[in-house]
Design a protein around this ligand. Sequence first.
Ligand code: ADP
Length: 190
Amino acid sequence: MSKLNIVLFGPPGAGKGTQSNFLIEKYKLVHLSTGDLLRAEMKAETELGLAAKELMDNGDLVADTIVIGMIRNMMDAYNDAPGFIFDGFPRTEAQAKALDDMLNAKSEPIVAMLSLEVPEEELVKRLLERGKTSGRVDDQDEVTARKRIAVYMRETSPLKDYYKAQGKYKAIDGVGSMAEITERLVKAIG
Ligand code: ADP
């Protein structure tokens, strides 16, 4: 059976992490969040984590080679998974190409890129709200929140065209209750 490899896409605060939790449960997928992986490295104070910390706290992207290497290691470790949800990855065209190369080598391509669409003002509201409990430095102030959204617009949102060209892009309205949004995603997965 072919694997259910999905890119869950969208700006910071779009709800990718929350929705990933529902989808991994329903489809028994492995969740690969580069943000979570990087935060674990930071917490463990590894060399990689220490190098990434300042960039992440400021809302800048971490180097492609680092996140691609992390994804490669995780895909090898979970080789038998029924599929992966890629969350927060890819964020640049170089990352998208590297992911395609890795998956095509195994003949297990991305089947869909589900893009959660949420207006900027709602994103900023959600990020600052999350900042009250997340402990994340990058969620604490409006300037950093808006910067992350700007980085997304510049570096990451062009990937919609990359996946459109492969016929895999699906826009999902990311405003509504958590359950409503899950239902939209499940319908799009089919
Ligand atoms: P959010 O989607 O809320 O911004 P993430 O946990 O996905 O949260 O990412 C937090 C930070 O981690 C990013 O701002 C960036 O610094 C770094 N990061 C995560 N994923 C990537 C990636 N694929 N490429 C580069 N940097 C990344």
